[in-house]
Design a binder for this molecule. Structure first.
Ligand code: PLP
Length: 369
């Protein structure tokens, strides 16, 4: 038995619980917006070969600047969005969560402010807390779009150094109008703020919806973050990245990163997967079709459905959403209690999983309706 010792934990961290959705072992997991399909065999083979080829060199530290991976990411962005971004304007890290953490370390900090628009991704306040950055969020409109005129006023009066915009937004799936984005970018630029567009779900956007990448040449304060965790089906690999308008942004992010932050294994896995992105495109298009079909079905069933450009749907509304969530779980279907009161969020699964969700939902709400 050791002597009593009061751990000198930071005052603001005492009693704080770690973030995360429940990781339960259930047949149908539709709660964290993963790609539901296993990796195609050719991708898995390419990854295995790539890992094998770095295995004997693991006695050495990895390539610190991950240049080969960043070049592969640049090629991918060019093919996905038609936008050429030089590799030295691309940053990569362990998930876009770490990219965002780096952005807060570089552009936030004590006495500085980050702002966002609620409901949105629940991790932003945590990056702010970790980096001693002040954090404010302003409500979106009733349809979950950003009220741009009011947002610009907030930016002008509060003078944040970071403005965070999630597009498509999580947990609502809401797209961002490019004209609105340009207005926000100009205001942020004139007020000295970086504007981060979190495009974790960009690949799922409907045809005709532009990526913020297209605006990089025009706005030096724009950073677009992306991830391999969602469309790419590599949540387990932990790879996220950012495209920036100015190589100086990347140079600053490399000042605050930990040395050798991206392992040689991670770099090899991600690079191999990127070289085989063709076979992932088929999965993404299936997921988009399934989303549209499920969305229509939910509307037909009389639910209140938020139009989604992502691989999930926010729907409701329920007097007792926890009860509905639990009754789905009792039938082996795990979704997420998140978003405004009364709503639930379901990730798009495989066609079979989506059917199981449909029938489980009907029986789960039977008592409510
Ligand atoms: C899932 C998600 C991410 C991705 O996080 P990773 O760290 O890349 O897995 C980033 N932003 C939003 C809004 C998300 O929903």
């Amino acid at each position: 038995m050791t002597a009593a010792f009061e751990l000198p934990i930071r005052d603001d961290l005492r009693g704080v619980k770690s973030y995360g959705a429940p990781q339960l072992s259930v047949p149908v997991c539709l709660n964290v917006n993963e790609n539901p399909f296993p990796l195609p065999v050719d991708v898995a083979e390419a990854i295995t070969t790539a890992v094998r080829s770095v295995a004997t060199d693991l006695n050495r530290y990895p390539q610190r600047d991950a240049v080969v991976l960043r070049e592969a990411l640049a090629d991918y962005l060019a093919s996905e969005s038609g936008v050429q971004v030089p590799w030295d304007q691309i940053w990569a890290a362990n998930g876009s969560n770490e990219v965002m953490h780096h952005l807060f370390l570089a552009f936030g900090g004590p006495g500085r402010l980050a702002i966002s628009f609620d409901p949105t991704y629940s991790m932003y306040p945590e990056y702010a807390r970790d980096t001693f950055t002040n954090y404010l969020s302003f409500p979106r409109r009733a349809d979950f779009t950003i009220d741009v005129a009011s947002a610009c006023q907030q930016i002008a009066s509060h003078r944040p150094s970071l403005v965070l915009v999630t597009a498509p937004n999580n947990p609502t799936g809401t797209a961002l109008d490019p004209v609105d984005l340009m207005t926000l970018l100009s205001t942020a630029r004139d007020c000295g703020a970086m504007l981060i567009v979190d495009e974790a779900y960009a690949e799922f956007r409907r045809a005709g919806i532009a990526s913020a990448l297209e605006l990089l040449p025009d706005y030096p304060n724009l950073v677009v973050t992306r991830t391999m965790s969602k469309a790419f089906g590599l949540a387990g690999a932990r790879v996220g990245y950012a495209a920036t308008a100015d190589p100086a942004v990347v140079e600053t992010l490399s000042v605050v990163r930990l040395p050798y932050h991206l392992s040689a294994v991670t770099q090899a896995v991600a690079t191999a997967a990127l070289r085989h992105c063709g076979s992932l495109q088929a999965q993404v298009s299936t997921i988009r079709q399934e989303r549209d079909a499920l969305q229509e079905w939910l509307v037909e069933q009389g639910f209140d459905v938020v139009l989604s450009d992502a691989n999930f749907i926010l729907f409701g509304t329920f007097g007792d959403r926890e009860g509905v969530w639990q009754r789905l779980l009792d039938q082996g279907v795990l979704i997420r209690v998140t978003g405004p009161a009364g709503y639930l969020r379901v990730s798009i699964g495989t066609p079979v999983e989506n059917d199981r969700f449909r029938s489980a939902l009907l029986s789960a709400v039977g008592d409510e309706r």
